[in-house]
Design a binder for this molecule. Structure first.
Ligand code: BDP
Length: 326
């Protein structure tokens, strides 16, 4: 070994030691997200990560894996329970079968508007639903938007009657299955990432989602008829795995909670912008968009879903309080 290479080796060893010291005690936490990096949820989760890294002086460095790199939502929910994922933003619908309190938010027309949904989730009812997440080892910290969901298909959809007999993809939720069946259609639960090919290949005739997801996934290119029945307004929750949360100091928990809340503020602003942008893209592509002055036919047909799922006093009370929220 020459003197130069000895010195170089010593310097490298020193550097490695320094790096090790700097990272000792630093904790990288892994976040799950289903959407592409430019989606409002994704940008807001990156903002959360930056805030936490900055405010903990690099002790906690969140890294969010976008585009379902860590699996589809059902797998991610499982991994939150077993420690593979530390935080995530979850749509409440695929939690329906695990956390009964979430079912109420997924019922068709449970909310009157996105604004009313905000008032519900930002108040005591939201706190109650967030607390119910403990059943799946999660601590709910903040609420993101995902607008209103409507049906789309390969065939024209002028009224509720046109959905009869169609095969419609739904999220993995018994409430969603019942909702689609109430319309006389066949419900097929399929993971989000497989919906495009399922529509393209004819496994299903259509699906349902909000403007940004209809556009970002290119579903609008294979299912060109969108009927704005706006049957659900499902909130999304920013959740941390309880096992991860319990390992943090109270100060760090406060930093993480505050960062999640601030990221939700950003997400809601970006959401409004993206809805308008996605709508413009879909309209420019020449898709058929049906606006409904009167949603009563949808509301009426979907009523049996309430009888099927609102069966306990607890859920009846929760629903009544949601409906009583101005
Ligand atoms: C999107 C939600 C996402 C769901 C997806 C779906 O943001 O969380 O996984 O719909 O339909 O709007 O599966």
């Amino acid at each position: 070994m020459t003197i130069v290479s000895t010195i170089r080796a010593a310097l490298l060893a020193g550097c490695a030691a320094a790096l090790f010291t700097a990272s000792a005690g630093a904790q990288e936490i892994r976040g799950w997200n289903t959407h592409a990096p430019d989606y409002p949820v994704s940008v807001a989760m990156d903002h959360f990560a930056a805030l936490v890294a900055e405010r903990t002086g690099g002790r906690i460095t969140p890294k969010t894996y976008h585009s379902a790199q860590l699996g589809e939502q059902d797998q991610a929910i499982e991994q939150m329970q077993f420690g593979g994922i530390d935080y995530a933003v979850f749509n409440l619908t695929p939690l329906n079968n695990l956390v009964p309190e979430t079912q109420v938010t997924t019922l068709p027309y449970a909310f009157r508007s996105v604004d009313q949904m905000h008032r519900v989730v930002d108040g005591p009812i939201g706190a109650e639903i967030a607390a119910a997440m403990e059943q799946v080892n999660m601590v709910g910290l903040a609420w993101y938007d995902s607008g209103a969901r409507s049906f789309y298909a390969k065939t024209p959809l002028a009224s509720v009657e046109d959905l009869k007999g169609l095969k419609i993809r739904v999220q993995n939720s018994d409430v969603n299955v019942a909702m689609v069946e109430a319309l006389g259609a066949n419900a097929t639960p399929i993971p989000f990432g497989e919906v495009y090919t399922s529509i393209q290949s004819g496994v299903v005739d259509g699906a349902e989602n909000n403007w940004p997801s209809y556009e970002s996934t290119a579903h609008f290119e294979v299912a060109r008829h969108y009927i704005l029945d706006q049957h659900t307004i499902v909130p999304e929750i920013f959740a941390v795995a309880k096992t991860t949360w319990d390992k943090m100091t109270a100060d760090d928990q406060a930093i993480v909670r505050q960062a999640a809340i601030e990221s939700a503020g950003l997400q809601r602003r970006l959401w409004a912008e993206r809805e308008a942008k996605s709508e413009a893209i879909v309209r420019a592509a020449g898709n058929t968009i049906v606006e409904l002055e009167d949603k009563t036919p949808f509301i009426e047909k979907m009523k049996p879903v309430y009888d099927k799922f609102v069966t306990s006093d607890k859920l009846r009370d929760l629903l009544a309080r949601i409906q009583a929220t101005e």
